[in-house]
Each structure stands twice: as structure tokens, then as C-alpha cells.
Design a protein around this ligand. Structure first.
Ligand code: SI3
Length: 288
């Protein structure tokens, strides 16, 4: 593990990688090398977030998660700036095992979501869980992955961050996948003195988060719209806000298209299954 690389601040675009699969549902390790090259050369994206929501980390077995993490770290060596591994799990032991493994393979950081089945009922319970995971990889920067719509844990990030470094010395930043810009803004505002990374995770609203002080972004669309998003970051940096807005609108148009596609295909699916139910009921009726 290179301590120097793990100490530098995670910034800019971070692609939440898709886990490539074969038609049989096995992990297709053979394309990960090309994937790294594509991100760097075609998208200008040099950091990745592995086994998160986009990577379906929580649907993989522990052994698969370890292998996927290892492959990305190996293939990303000397090409990527940072490889952060999501190691959240319902079982503390599994999460610690993955954290330890991430350190062993030379990852640059780990991130953890809140356990979402038997849920932490307050901030202290959640912090204690995160602390135990972080302690399993004491040399790795630790990021809290806030994604309340999927975990169902509504503890505000701003509240969680209050005093977090006293409990988790390796705490280095927040991956904020929520649309509550009051909460996000207050995370930034209340931690101005600290060198935390504030990584926004709602790609369609990144420009608003940049205004609030986001230092970077983690998301699925940076896999293929990284170039556009980088142009937006550049325009924002140059204070060319009208160009930045044009880039954000362009990204929004794409995401909006996909959102509608998913919505309509779900409606079609539910109609299809309704029809199937009727047919099956009819068949059953005719058999009696
Ligand atoms: C719910 C979800 O998947 N959100 C994505 C976004 O990148 C999202 O796909 C994008 O904003 C489009 O809606 C990321 O926040 C998730 C992410 O970074 C991850 O895969 O860990």
C-alpha cells in the first residue's frame, strides 16, 4: 500500500463502477483492464468507487466482492489516482473483513453505508458501527456513504459529522447521495476548518452541490458522461456559470430520458404481469 496516495484528498469525478457480468451472471473480470483505460482515456475520470450501489456490491457474495476489489486495484495501478472500495454490509464482521482486505490489496480508501435491516436508531449507534469498521483498516481513509433513500436511515449527515473525527480518526469525507441540499450545505459549512472531501452523489444536481461547496462527485453517469461532467467542473472553476449550466442541462436531459424509460418500462411490466395473472387464472379455472 502506498501511504502517500492514500493521504491525498479525493476530488474531482469518481466513477461508481458497474460490475461487469457474463451472460451466466458470473463476474467478467476480463474486461476490467479495458474499463480502466476507457475511463482514463475517453472520459478523463481517474478515480473509482467499487462495489457501491452501481456495482451492486450488496448483491455480490463476500468472495466476489473481494475478487472484484482486487481486480480493480490491480488493473488501476499506475493508471488511476484513487480506488475506493465500498465495504458496507449488514454484518459488522463481514464489513471488517472487507475493510481489512481493502487495506491489504492497497486500495486508497474505504466507504461504508449504514446497516439497513436492523437499523441504528440514533447517531451514536451508527457511529459505533462505522468506527468498528474503520478500525479494521486503520491506515485507510474512511468515507461515510449517505444514501437514505436506499438504506432508510434518515440520520442527517450534518448531525453525523459533528465530532466524527474524535470517534473515527481516519474519517476523511462524505459521499452524499441525497437531494437534501440543506443537509449537504450544512455539512460543508460546519466543517470549513477540516480537510474533508464532500463528494456529491446525485449526478443530475451536481452543479447545485458545487455551489454548496462539493469538492468532488461520485456517480454512475461518470462512467460514460465523465467528459461532459468534467467540462462542467472546468466551466464552474472558471466561473463561467452559464456554460456550466448548459453542461448540467445536457446531463439532465439524458438522465431524464432514462428516468422516463424506467418509469414506462415498469408500467409495461406491471401490465404484462397483470395479463399473465389473468391468463394463469383462466387456465386454472378451465382445469377445474
Ligand atoms: C441511487 C443511485 O444509484 N445513485 C447514483 C447516482 O449516480 C445516480 O445513478 C445518478 O444520479 C442518476 O440518477 C450514485 O449516487 C450511486 C453511487 O455512487 C454508487 O454506485 O455507489
Amino acid at each position: 500500500m502506498t501511504m502517500a496516495s492514500s493521504k491525498k484528498k479525493l476530488e474531482g469525478l469518481v466513477a461508481a463502477t458497474i460490475t461487469p457480468m457474463t451472460e451466466n451472471g458470473e463476474i467478467n473480470f476480463s474486461v476490467i483492464g479495458q474499463y480502466v483505460d476507457y475511463l482514463v482515456e475517453e472520459q478523463g475520470v481517474k478515480s473509482i468507487f467499487v462495489n457501491g450501489t452501481t456495482g451492486e456490491g450488496l448483491s455480490l457474495s463476500i468472495s466476489e466482492r473481494r475478487q472484484v476489489a482486487e481486480e480493480w486495484v490491480t488493473k488501476g495501478r499506475n493508471k488511476l489516482d484513487q480506488v475506493v472500495i465500498h465495504v458496507g454490509a449488514l454484518s459488522l464482521k463481514e464489513s471488517q473483513e472487507l475493510a481489512k482486505h481493502a487495506a491489504e490489496i492497497g486500495a486508497d480508501g474505504i466507504a461504508v453505508i449504514a446497516p439497513f435491516f436492523l437499523k441504528p436508531w440514533n447517531k451514536d449507534v451508527l457511529i459505533n458501527f462505522l468506527k468498528e469498521v474503520a478500525a479494521a483498516a486503520p491506515a485507510l481513509p474512511f468515507y461515510y456513504y449517505h444514501i437514505p433513500a436506499l438504506t432508510g436511515i434518515k440520520i442527517r449527515a450534518e448531525e453525523l459529522l459533528d465530532g466524527i473525527q474524535d470517534k473515527i480518526p481516519t474519517f476523511q469525507g462524505l459521499k452524499f447521495s441525497d437531494t437534501d441540499l440543506l443537509d449537504f450545505g450544512q455539512c460543508v459549512d460546519q466543517n470549513q476548518q477540516r480537510q474533508f472531501a464532500f463528494l456529491f452523489g446525485v449526478d443530475e444536481q451536481l452543479l447545485s452541490a458545487l455551489v454548496m461547496g462539493a469538492t468532488g462527485a461520485v456517480g454512475s453517469t461518470y462512467n460514460y458522461l465523465g467528459k461532459k461532467a468534467n467540462q462542467m467542473l472546468e466551466a464552474f472553476e472558471q466561473k463561467d456559470f452559464s456554460s456550466a449550466l448548459n453542461y448540467q442541462f445536457c446531463i439532465q436531459r439524458f438522465i431524464n430520458f432514462v428516468v422516463k424509460l424506467v418509469y414506462y418500462s415498469k408500467r409495461m411490466q406491471s401490465r404484462t404481469s397483470q395479463r399473465e395473472r389473468h391468463i394463469r387464472q383462466g387456465l386454472r379455472g378451465s382445469q377445474t
